[in-house]
Design a protein around this ligand. Structure first.
Ligand SMILES: Cc1cc2nc3c(=O)[nH]c(=O)nc-3n(C[C@H](O)[C@H](O)[C@H](O)COP(=O)(O)OP(=O)(O)OC[C@H]3O[C@@H](n4cnc5c(N)ncnc54)[C@H](O)[C@@H]3O)c2cc1C
Length: 439
């Protein structure tokens, strides 16, 4: 699928190659859709994927360098979101060729946006206890049940759905992984408003919704294994910085995507070379140090200490990710490291919240919910970054929960890395239908 002529002119240095390719191809006046079509079909959107499937067979470390090069060049990076971060890699591992053809191109070119329909009101940490049911009907399956915390469900074209297909099997064994069209009569998406004021995630009610046999990824009753592949990609990506390697300010998808807009309007430089930049805070010790200096708090010993802690944890996380990448590049693995990375990310987020609020002082108790009010608040308090801090502080509760809570990460490390005994339970061999259910 990748442009073979492009590979033929390879210098052997992916960064030099992508720069040369960008010099020939980046055009800020293209629409986002046209640019992503160009980038995605060239193999540079996800260069770590196989060259047969829109990639360039690069290692993870090389992939990160390529993404950095695209960003440094000032071109719009690959589409962000759960398609590229979770669905694509999962389908690349477990999908058949027809499914790869059907889904991967639309992911790398940002044509369709995805959401993850895993969690349910009674099944989060205990995901295998899920109740959504898929029942065979000819060449289709009829799905009934409820999902919750579905990030981006309101703007998704497609969903990664796990549903129970055989309640006579033990709970991990009777689950199947499907791709579901979100825009169909049996799918109702209800946004949930967060304390930040935004509504990023949703409840999704499935009432006689339909999925085809041909959307089953990884085979009948094999969904637990496939879901774990998705979760592994999620942990690795979150621990490495929330999938930022593939982040793009433009949104993919047919519903709220930016496909028809000018590509250059989504990069810091307006599309001219030499752009780049980044967010002030995120969870960055440098951004917060800058802020402490600006607010006259840089000499406060308690704040200095926290900034140092933040910097230290950030460096430990960075080195861990480098170790993991190097191990994977050598075809090895470091068991538990994705879980440790995710725990470090949680710690970073909490500490950033605390030090950010300490720097903001009493102003940190004020928050604005829309762009105009934010501007007014920033002006009234003379704290131009206040809404950035309070937004980050209010959202900081989320990352330690999604992708598996901190407690769940520790359970995994305890059992799989340290070899501690598993939690006692009788649910592994008992048919799901005979298990006691959550209220
Ligand atoms: C911002 C955000 C976005 C999300 N996006 C999505 C999404 O797009 N798609 C999706 O499917 N889900 C999503 N989720 C859901 C998320 O995966 C779940 O919230 C998470 O798995 C925890 O499940 P739960 O909320 O049911 O909590 P529970 O599982 O009920 O846990 C409650 C508490 O009990 C602890 N606990 C549970 N079991 C154990 C155990 N065995 N040992 C020790 N402690 C335990 C937990 O750590 C937690 O503190 C999102 C969540 C958030 C916060």
């Amino acid at each position: 699928m990748t442009d073979t002529a492009d590979r033929a002119t390879s210098t052997g240095d992916p960064v030099a190659d992508v720069k040369a390719w960008l010099a020939d191809n980046w055009d800020p006046d293209l629409t986002v859709a046209d640019w992503w079509e160009r980038l995605g079909t060239s193999g540079w959107a996800v260069p770590t994927w196989p060259s047969a499937w829109f990639g360039k067979d690069l290692s993870r470390a090389e992939g990160v360098r390529v993404q950095q090069a695209i960003s440094d060049f000032g071109a719009l990076p690959a589409p962000g979101g759960l398609g590229l971060m979770l669905a694509g890699p999962t389908i690349a591992v477990h999908g058949d060729d027809a499914q790869k053809t059907r889904y991967l191109k639309d992911i790398v070119t940002g044509q369709r946006a995805w959401c993850q329909l895993f969690s349910e009101p009674g099944a989060g940490s205990d995901l295998a206890g899920l109740n959504a049911r898929a029942v065979k009907d000819g060449e289709e399956w009829v799905v009934n049940g409820q999902k919750v915390w579905t990030s981006g469900g309101h703007v998704a074209d497609l969903g990664m759905l796990i549903a129970r297909t055989d309640p006579d099997q033990p709970k991990h064994a009777g689950i199947t992984y499907f791709v579901i069209e979100m825009r169909q009569p049996g799918v109702e998406v209800v946004p949930l408003r967060e304390m930040t004021g935004r509504a990023l995630f949703n409840e999704v009610f499935l009432t006689d919704a339909r999925v085809g046999d041909d959307t089953m990824i990884g085979g009948y009753n094999n969904g637990w294994r496939v879901a774990n592949t998705t979760l592994m990609f999620e942990r690795t990506s979150l621990g490495a910085g929330g999938g930022s390697a593939a982040a793009s300010l433009a949104s993919p998808g047919q519903i709220a995507g930016d496909l028809g807009k000018r590509a250059g309007d989504f990069v810091a430089s307006g599309g001219r070379r030499g752009g780049g930049g980044g967010t002030l805070f995120g969870a960055s010790s440098k951004g917060l140090t800058q802020l402490a200096k600006g607010n006259g708090k840089a000499a406060d010993p308690a704040i200095r200490q926290k900034l140092m802690q933040l910097h230290t944890i950030g460096e430990v996380a960075r080195f861990n990710n480098l170790r993991l990448k190097a191990a994977m590049q050598a075809g090895k693995d470091i068991p538990g490291l994705p879980n440790i990375s995710k725990l470090l990310m949680s710690q970073t987020v909490r500490l950033s919240r605390d030090v950010g609020l300490e720097i903001a002082g009493a102003y940190g108790s004020l928050h604005a919910y829309d762009p105009d009010s934010r501007k007014a608040l920033d002006e009234a308090t003379g704290q131009p970054f206040l809404s950035g801090i309070t937004e980050m502080a209010l959202f900081a509760q989320g990352p330690p929960i999604y992708g598996g809570t901190d407690q769940v990460q520790r359970n995994i490390i305890g059992e799989r890395v340290l070899g501690l005994p598993k939690e006692p339970g009788f649910d592994k061999g008992t048919p799901f239908k005979d298990l006691p259910k959550n209220g």
